[in-house]
Design a protein around this ligand. Structure first.
Ligand code: GGG
Length: 373
């Protein structure tokens, strides 16, 4: 008898709205699994600031790595509860630790106009927004190299180094070129600030230029981050694949979805593209919404669950469940489109406040779950 396909998923809801958007997203994944004949085995880990850290003084237990390596993928909500733990401690104790230790060097963040989500930038010059940011995810400005001297005195001095390694830059740039090559527009935009940051950023430009020679079919342009942000806001439809360092990629991948109407729908995949499941030092990839824990709306039941659900869709695609992933995407798109149409007719309100509605996390999540079934 053929074995049923089964996946073990580490579920880390985390903090704030992460805890609220995770349950409906898990139900959507379960609905997809049931419809397409595979199993999702969820292993829940209570590793948040107000939960685990409060009790143990660390964000994760000492055997965190083995626990996560026993899974096929990691499904992550959000981290950050500044009232309990300073953000740099909670982030470096969890999500940034995972990205680095599992060498998840690609952070892929699709940014697309979804029907039903209102954006003043929709359909400019007859084209829709549809691009992907590829963020370098393990080095760059997110380096722990640096220090503070003369603390508490007038001579207080603080230094933090940016680290670009040849391996680190080349692999993310090459990934972005490959992705651009696979898309119809075949266009790659590289973000730097090489007129001001005069050592690391020109190095990035140099590597883009060198690697670009292997991809004559891909049109490349380079922008400084400041003007690139302006173009994102005024002409987001011109972009296709956008690659940037850890910090610049992070900023662009919040700004992009904001241009499509809300960051609440944006998903991301933290990938180690070369990891092999059979390898004893297996590095699982991690899927999370782009948004953080949003303490300002946490506990109100109004967080948009779509970013979390869409991240689950990316996880299914990564696991090879293409049909289920397509069905999930269709369900998200149909529910948002029909939700807006119903709102305009004055018949109920599924859309959450970030999408200019009065809906709830549970209500929207349930509608998508039903559409997947
Ligand atoms: N779900 C993503 C999340 O919790 N983000 C919080 C955050 O700020 N992460 C740091 C980063 O992505 O650089």
């Amino acid at each position: 008898m053929p074995q049923a396909r089964a996946y073990t998923i580490a579920v880390l809801a985390g903090d704030g709205i992460g805890v609220e958007v995770m349950p409906p997203a898990l139900r959507c994944l379960e609905a997809a699994a049931k419809r397409f004949g595979f199993q999702m085995n969820f292993r829940h880990y209570d590793w948040g600031s107000c939960t685990y850290y409060n009790k143990h003084g660390t964000m994760v237990p000492s055997d965190w790595k083995e626990l996560l390596q026993a899974c096929d993928a990691i499904y992550f909500g959000a981290v950050g509860d500044p009232a309990t733990v300073p953000d740099h401690i909670s982030l470096w104790g969890s999500i940034l630790l995972f990205r680095r230790e599992f060498d998840q060097y690609i952070n892929l963040r699709p940014c697309r106009l979804v029907p039903g989500v209102t954006s003043p930038l929709a359909n400019r010059e007859g084209r829709d927004i549809d691009f992907v940011t590829v963020r370098e995810n393990t080095e760059g400005e997110y380096s722990s190299i640096g220090g503070r001297i003369f603390s508490g005195t007038e001579r207080e001095t603080v230094i933090q180094n940016t680290v670009f390694t040849r391996v680190g830059v080349d692999r993310v740039v090459r990934y972005a070129f490959e992705l651009a090559r696979s898309r119809p527009a075949k266009r790659l935009t590289s973000a730097t600030k090489s007129n001001g940051i005069s050592i690391t950023m020109p190095y990035w430009d140099e590597r883009v230029e060198t690697i670009g020679k292997e991809y004559p079919d891909v049109k490349v342009d380079k922008y400084h981050i400041d003007i690139l942000c302006a173009h994102f806001v005024q002409r987001p439809h011109i972009f296709d694949v956008v690659v940037g360092s850890n910090l610049l990629g992070d900023i662009l991948s919040d700004l992009g979805p904001a241009c499509t109407g809300t960051i609440g729908i944006a998903p991301s995949a933290n990938l180690n593209p070369t990891a092999k499941r059979e390898d004893p030092n297996w590095c699982p990839s991690l899927f999370e919404p782009v948004h953080g824990s949003a303490p300002d709306i946490a506990g109100k039941g109004i967080a948009n669950p779509v970013g979390m659900i869409w991240a689950g869709q990316m996880m299914l695609e990564h696991l090879g469940e293409k049909e289920a992933a397509n069905a999930m995407m269709l369900a998200i798109e149909n529910v948002l489109k029909e939700g807006r149409e119903a709102q305009l007719r004055g018949e109920g309100d599924l859309l959450t406040p970030d999408m200019l509605g009065n809906g709830t996390t549970e209500g929207l999540g349930l509608a998508i779950e039903k559409a997947i079934e």
